[in-house]
Write a protein that binds this ligand. Structure first.
Ligand code: PMP
Length: 408
């Protein structure tokens, strides 16, 4: 986190074709981009003076603008040159690079046919996106309430400012609860990505990652896939349902800012059951019974949430006659440790020993009830001792260094 606010940093910013002092890079309050989110941007990193995948980022910036129906009045080569110039003038070798393009002030309404298109490029020092201490241990993820939208609802694959509204809300909620970030599902309830990074899982030496058809197919994601394949590691891009998470042994996320970061835990993972098939499995029952017996307050809330969700989704699911997964049984670890222990499905390391009886509730540290221990592996896996192995963190460090070696 910068000590000064970002508008008070020192240096120069490239603004519509010329370098201006940092504090002079301003825009009018009646800018279309501010009111109607007609803005696109990039996040890039320079390592040792070279911008990682510089041209790919400039190309994506241009493509994102076209998706929002505007053309950035600079070529990819001009944008590349401008980014390098800012870095040089700011005397930075390792830095974050932020190009942003937006519609100006000529028209102020939904329509903005004649608005000038602006482009600015700033660079600053940003050593770690996540708290370095958390990052060393592997970050903890919450589960976001918001979902990545259907690509027919929003231009999901553009790096457009408007798409980050739900990301900021979700990340704030996660941070308030002590998590580093939030994992988001897609509009159909499948695992999608994080608020500013793509997500990967490992099982049996194979990498699994969601198909990037309704969220950003990150440049770091593509690089990680390419590197893994070159090393003979199988990468499976597929639909991943949240209830599969317990089967994975490792998890990491990728992004220009996040780089490659190991995930130690995904909390508040949903308890899922298929609609139209009556009650689900043991964990469904365990949560229900446990909540009813021991936690009337939480039970009430679960029911209220469940009812609302059911009403909202039920019709749609019935109409389509398709199978979906519901998010009916949610609990918050901070509200009810025992219930959360039943439904939480953090990453588990295969080498870690299974907890011997009596199983301790991961959150309350009290011995779990028989209901709790019916999902002993799940509650036990919350124990800090069982969190992600150093193997995974070392793997992420290696991947980061392969990428930074390839910068440019
Ligand atoms: N998803 C989202 C929502 C992002 O903001 C980012 C960061 N740009 C990514 C994925 C990863 O993209 P990249 O690797 O290109 O930075």
């Amino acid at each position: 986190m910068a000590e000064k606010p970002y508008d008070r940093l020192d240096g120069v910013i490239w603004y519509d074709g010329r370098l201006v002092p940092w504090g002079d890079a301003t825009l009018h309050v009646l800018s279309h981009g501010l009111h109607y989110a007609s803005a696109v941007f990039e996040g890039e990193r320079a390592y040792g003076g070279e911008i990682f995948k510089c041209t790919e980022h400039s190309e994506r910036l241009k493509r994102s603008a076209q998706v929002l129906d505007f053309d950035i009045p600079y070529s990819v080569a001009e944008i590349d040159a401008a980014k390098r110039l800012v870095l040089e003038k700011n005397g930075q070798k390792d830095a974050y690079v932020r190009p942003v393009a937006w519609r100006g002030s000529e028209m102020m309404g939904v329509s903005a046919q004649n608005n000038k298109i602006h482009l600015a490029i700033a660079t600053w020092q940003w050593p770690s996106y996540f708290d370095p201490v958390q990052r060393l241990k592997g970050i903890r993820l919450d589960l976001a309430d918001y979902r990545r939208p259907d690509p027919k609802t929003a231009p999901a694959r553009a790096k457009a400012a408007g798409l980050y509204m739900i990301c900021t809300i979700s990340k704030h909620i996660a941070e308030r609860k002590g998590y580093a970030d939030a994992m988001m599902l897609d509009w159909q309830g499948r695992v999608a990505e994080c608020t500013g990074a793509n997500i990967f899982f490992i099982n049996d030496g194979k990498i699994h990652t969601p198909i990037a058809d309704c969220f950003l197919d990150g440049i770091t994601r593509q690089t990680a896939i390419e590197l893994a394949k070159k090393r003979g590691i199988e990468v499976i891009e597929r639909r991943i349902m949240p209830d599969e998470l317990t089967q994975f042994s490792e998890c990491f996320i990728t992004g220009s800012a996040a780089e490659v970061t190991a995930v130690s835990e995904i909390l508040r993972v949903l308890h899922h059951r298929q609609r139209g098939r009556g009650h689900g499995g043991v964990r469904d029952r365990a949560l229900e019974i446990h909540a009813r017996r021991h936690h009337p307050a939480t039970h009430g809330r679960l029911h209220r949430r469940g009812a609302a969700q059911g009403q909202e989704e039920g019709g749609l699911i019935r109409r389509r006659g398709s199978v979906d997964w519901d998010t009916r049984w949610r609990a918050d670890a901070h509200d009810c440790g025992a219930c959360a222990a039943i439904i939480a499905s953090p990453m588990r390391t295969r080498r870690a020993p299974r907890p011997s009886a009596p199983t301790l509730c991961a959150v309350t540290r009290a011995p779990s009830s028989r209901r709790c221990s019916s999902s002993a592996s799940v509650s036990g896996s919350l124990s800090p001792a069982l969190r992600q192995s150093s193997t995974s963190r070392a793997r992420c460090a290696r991947l980061n260094s392969s990428m930074t070696r390839r910068a440019g």
